[in-house]
Design a protein around this ligand. Structure first.
Ligand code: WTA
Length: 654
């Protein structure tokens, strides 16, 4: 691979687990971990089959493991029948009916707890309500909700009746919601009158109405949860209040026993083209890896209070809020709002008040909280914490050390978990009782996950610290099954690069001399802004949809807090603003993108030019734009540029 992905990061510190942690951990020694690796190595299919039998309750046991007959559309445990909601709830009732399943804290400070029994009843009532509205197995249901227990109840209820949910992050705009509803062909939207975030109300219902006003012909009903209790419009005949849907419904609902491969959900994510992909996950395979990673990576046990701060609109909020913690019979904490309400101590106060033991968040949040200084965390008792985790982007060693010292008091292992919407659950991550961690490395692939780094010909890179493509060489249970409605895009995107031999993650990585993986970034045109994936093309399409924009190119530049910031180069219809400055227009364009996609996609910088730099063959010179966005000196050859004079404009010098 080219020199520009060679890593400059050198980090040699190592942090083995403490003897105390290891002693109490499920996997408490490197030897135990090696034994698991060996099992997976010696009988790959059998390894996963055995776990699938041991860790999940089946209605109809399976006899087959991996089915490769339709590769690269792999299938697992195909002849079995199972239900995810049963495995997350019902099977714990006999022993844990009165144990707390969910602790919820709203942004205004309201607290609610649900036992497994109560959760069961509410999921069943809601599932029965869905059935009454005609929702059945295979129907798509879009969930556009705040982070309240009802979001999990809605997901679990869909799973219970075999409906396929597609959760849309509440921070996405009406336009994004509409695209996803239409691509999925959803029959129903489940939303709320609003959610509380940052001291304001997120107008989810208004955005739903706007989306439905512009299309979404497949939608028959909208279910509306009362959360904020402010006035929202209700469309007679179409809209149903949540409370009315569940009123009088029985608190028992026989689970729909679906095939292992029945789609549990779709989740849209960005790729290198403008259109988000509906990542389709299976039922049994997906659940299995959620369970195994809860046990291996989070070392979850019955005494834990597990808090993953991710919104259910992202994959992390699926595997480690809605499914994994419940499937392992744990107690999960959900928080509705922003980390800075009423101040930047909120997360630490929640950890203290609810005695959180495992805390899992994104590097961007850690950096933002670190910037606020140590007084906030130091004001709270964080002694309940025993394990910390990160996900979403590489964590810089400085933030890692702060997390380790100031939050974990040098006592809690940190699990840096690499995975993707597509992998369904952690793929490369430490085992906290067995792995010595290194700040900035996600360490080694989990047992049964054949991750590796290969060169452009697909050959494994054996020399340490050479960057290459991150691939997974064998199909694993929780991998995506396809892109909804677009098998070709699935095949091309994930398998095309190396002739269907490997799953290609789209990240570059290197392995050090100990075999530890260091993620170096994306190889496609995908940005990672605050741990959220955004396609540069998506932002570009949004910009050119504005009447004054003729052309746009979007790149990322490093940002201290967000990881990457969005840098947009814009060519206007009509003349370029004098001196390249038009603050009113810049503001308008930023708000425009927020409306088209969502506030997370707002460009941080916009620079106007008469033209974009293109090669003679008409390709936008993205590498050059990236160099300029970083404020670095241009060293590449610009002689092929059609119009060298625009370089000054792009650099903001003219
Ligand atoms: C990045 C999030 C470095 C990576 C679960 C991946 C990471 C993309 C890590 C997936 C990590 C995720 N270290 N990079 N620990 N975790 N990434 O689909 O580029 O939202 O491909 O899934 O995030 O983002 P997604």
């Amino acid at each position: 691979m080219s020199e520009n992905i060679d890593s400059i990061l050198q980090e040699n510190r190592q942090f083995p687990p403490s003897a105390e942690f290891a002693e109490n951990a499920r996997i408490g020694s490197p030897e135990q971990l090696e034994a698991l690796y060996r099992q997976a190595e010696e009988d790959y299919e059998g390894f996963w089959m055995q776990l699938a039998r041991d860790e999940m309750d089946w209605h109809t046991p399976f006899t087959t493991g991996l089915d490769s007959s339709n590769a690269p559309h792999y299938a697992w445990f195909t002849d079995g029948r199972i239900n995810v909601s049963y495995n997350c709830i019902d099977r714990h009732l006999a022993t844990k009916g009165n144990q707390t399943a969910i602790i919820f804290e709203g942004e205004p400070g309201d607290i609610e707890t649900l036992t497994y029994r109560q959760l069961h009843d509410r999921v069943c009532q809601f599932a029965n309500g869905l059935k009454k509205q005609g929702i059945k197995k295979g129907d798509r249901v879009v969930i556009y909700m705040p982070m309240t227990p009802e979001a999990v109840i809605a997901m679990q209820a869909c799973a219970r009746i075999g409906a396929i949910h597609s959760v849309v992050f509440g921070g996405f705009s009406a336009a994004s919601l509409k695209d996803r509803i239409e691509d999925a062909g959803a029959r129903m939207v489940i939303t709320a009158d609003g959610g509380n975030r940052g001291g304001k109300i997120v107008e989810l219902k208004a955005a739903t109405d706007e989306a439905l006003g512009k299309g979404c012909a497949s939608i028959e009903h909208v279910v509306v949860l009362k959360r904020t209790d402010h006035n929202v419009g209700i469309v007679e005949g179409r809209d149903i209040w949540w409370d009315d849907l569940v009123a009088g419904q029985a608190s028992e609902c026989e689970p729909e026993w679906v095939e292992s491969e029945h789609p549990l959900f779709l989740l849209y994510t960005s790729g290198s083209t403008g259109k988000p992909k509906g990542i389709q996950h299976s039922t049994a395979g997906y659940l299995l890896n959620s369970i195994m990673t809860m046990k291996w990576v989070f070392d979850i046990n019955d005494k834990d209070i597990f808090w993953c701060t991710a919104d259910v609109g992202w994959i992390t909020g699926h595997s480690y809020v809605a499914y994994g913690p419940l499937a392992t019979g744990s107690t999960l904490l959900m928080y509705e709002g922003a980390p800075n309400v009423p101040d930047f101590g909120r997360f630490w106060k929640i950890c203290q008040d609810h005695k959180v033991t495992i805390f899992y968040t994104a590097p961007t949040a850690i950096r933002a909280l670190m910037k606020q200084g140590d007084d906030f965390p130091n004001a709270y008792d964080l002694s309940s914490l025993r394990l910390l985790g990160t996900v979403g982007e590489p964590i810089n060693p400085e933030a890692w050390m702060w997390y380790h010292k100031t939050i974990g008091k040098e006592r809690c292992p940190i699990v840096d978990t690499w995975w993707q919407t597509e992998t369904g659950s952690h793929a490369i991550a430490p085992i906290p009782g067995a792995t010595a961690t290194k700040p900035g490395s996600c360490t080694r692939p989990l047992p049964g996950i054949a991750a590796d780094v290969v060169d452009k010909d697909g050959n494994p890179i054996t020399e340490p610290n050479q960057g290459g493509f991150l691939v997974i060489k064998k199909p694993w249970p929780s991998m995506l099954r396809t892109v909804w409605g677009d098998d070709k895009r699935y095949q091309d995107t994930y398998w095309g690069e190396f002739d269907n031999r490997y799953y290609v993650a789209g990240d570059s990585a290197r392995k050090d001399a100990d075999g530890y993986f260091w993620i170096m970034g994306r190889i496609d045109d995908v940005l990672n802004v605050s741990g959220h994936r955004l396609g540069t093309m998506e932002v570009e399409s949004a910009l050119v949809a504005h009447e004054r924009v003729a052309e746009a190119a979007v790149v990322g530049r490093p940002d201290e807090v967000k990881g990457e910031a969005i840098f947009a180069y814009v060519v206007l219809r009509g003349p370029r603003p004098a001196g390249g400055v038009d603050e009113a227009l810049t503001k308008e364009l930023r708000n425009w993108v927020a409306k088209e996609i969502g506030p997370i996609a707002k460009p941080d910088d916009i620079r106007y030019a008469d033209n974009l730099p293109k090669t003679r063959s008409g390709k936008i010179m993205r590498r050059l734009l990236r160099t300029i966005a970083k404020g670095e000196k241009i060293t590449s050859d610009t002689s092929t540029l059609e119009n060298e004079a625009i370089l000054d404009q792009l650099q903001g010098k003219a």
